[in-house]
Design a protein around this ligand. Sequence first.
Ligand SMILES: CC(C)(COP(=O)(O)OP(=O)(O)OC[C@H]1O[C@@H](n2cnc3c(N)ncnc32)[C@H](O)[C@@H]1OP(=O)(O)O)[C@@H](O)C(=O)NCCC(=O)NCCS
Length: 156
Amino acid sequence: MFYTTLNCYHIVLIIRRFVPIDMFSVIKLASETLPERYSPSLFNFFYETYPKGFIVAEKDHKIIGFIIGVQMKPEKGKILMLSVLEKYRLQGIGSKLLAEYLKSISDEKIKTVALEVRTDNKKAIKFYQRYGFKIKKKLSEFYQNGEDAYTMAKEV
Ligand SMILES: CC(C)(COP(=O)(O)OP(=O)(O)OC[C@H]1O[C@@H](n2cnc3c(N)ncnc32)[C@H](O)[C@@H]1OP(=O)(O)O)[C@@H](O)C(=O)NCCC(=O)NCCS
């Protein structure tokens, strides 16, 4: 479950499962980087119900990214949140989080992984397209503030 990069004998990046001590950092990161507001108890719910899908990126003892994925049905996974702290973006960290989530579900019967993304979130859409996710449909006024979403999905 670990992904580490060694640089001059210092561990610079660790991709690992979320543990409860990460809670405050993850909630702070989500509130700083994601437009939707989530109840703190929701993070605990995801951890308790599907811990293998809750993965963090840690650098120098700091949480700099996370992904939360769940299993909706035996054959369907869903990514609920993915975020990397702004100053660490475009360094492959989102890719590593996504790869670790996909690896963590590879022993399940999951055939499709889906997600929703704001239609104006071009960067995230590009990110997901890069990894084979395709836009499936548009969901009008999907978000709390009335913005539209695309459903994207990928066969795994
Ligand atoms: C989407 C997000 C998680 C990507 O994380 P990241 O660590 O920057 O992504 P990576 O560095 O692994 O990028 C992988 C690929 O995605 C694409 N990509 C990522 N960011 C991009 C951007 N700003 N513009 C265009 N393409 C981008 C590129 O193809 C990139 O590969 P390349 O660098 O070889 O060209 C990050 O931008 C983020 O946290 N955004 C805010 C939260 C968010 O929108 N989450 C998704 C909601 S569903």
